[in-house]
Design a protein around this ligand. Sequence first.
Ligand SMILES: C[S@@+](CC[C@H](N)C(=O)[O-])C[C@H]1O[C@@H](n2cnc3c(N)ncnc32)[C@H](O)[C@@H]1O
Length: 311
Amino acid sequence: MTGTLPFRAVYHTPDVYDRVLLPHWFDGAEDTGHVRALMHRCYGPAPASGRMRILELGCGTGRVTAALAPYASSLHGVDSGAPMLDVFRTRYPLATTQLADIAAAVECLHADGERFDIVGAFWSLSYPIGDCFEDLTTDGIRPRPDLAAGVADAKVLVRKIVDLLAHGGHLIALFFDSDAPEQRVVTRAWERIAPFPGTGRGFGRETLLAALRDAEEDGLGRLTHFRTGGLSVAPDPPTAIDWFTIVHLKSMPALVDDPDIRAEIEAFVHQHTIDDGRVLLPTGMHLIDFWRTPRTSHLPNDSAGTRGVDP
Ligand SMILES: C[S@@+](CC[C@H](N)C(=O)[O-])C[C@H]1O[C@@H](n2cnc3c(N)ncnc32)[C@H](O)[C@@H]1O
């Protein structure tokens, strides 16, 4: 499948994403299960009729949206991949959608004074944050010369996302774990083209967390963050290799045609293939939850910290 796909086909060619995406398991639950559990903890069981305004940034085909949608009175999906939004609309016909870059959409929503009870961003914030540090095109990676300016831009973006939250609202984000073995293979591949900015491949996540800690320090809410190990599961080695080349390497010719990179991926896949032929790739996930709530909500019996949405 790999050789014929154009750069970034995973998000810009119909049907590719859902076909190549591997299930990810973390302690017996998929990523969707972890988001569902968080929603349940924050807001109780999914109601018969939702009353929350929900925004999803990088909504893709609406896979994780399923964990949020039952709580929604309105659902707005943003994604820069037209084929992704086509699928999203078939799954959530009542939703509004915006074919846009996350940064541009946030800017617009922010300028319009929009507020949401939930902002979801599942495996998607690495892109607009990464764009603050470098331009990625089929020809390669062009770093922005001023790293500090990139960090400042990324922090402004994150603060605007926090500003979109209504009182009591949550920003819920999933972010890949750059330190997990699966991602270390990916990092080594991309580093053949250019070094990652700042501290390396985890810099985008670190910048996001730093911006959310700043927001916490400014009294805007409370950050909870955990990392868990897990597995991406492929039914067989060729499917695992497609996962690396199409999703992780974005079908970028300079990477997928490099024999050393291919050899490393094949060896890694072989190392993690078990007796029944499945491939269990060691991966990891960061679950990030920013709850827009007053500082006093830490105190016992503080009514300002009541979980829930604005009446
Ligand atoms: C890894 S997929 C995750 C999709 C979905 N959230 C999920 O978990 O299945 C990343 C999504 O972000 C979108 N995306 C990537 N960069 C983007 C950007 N700068 N602005 C808007 N969407 C972007 C892609 O088109 C894709 O749908």
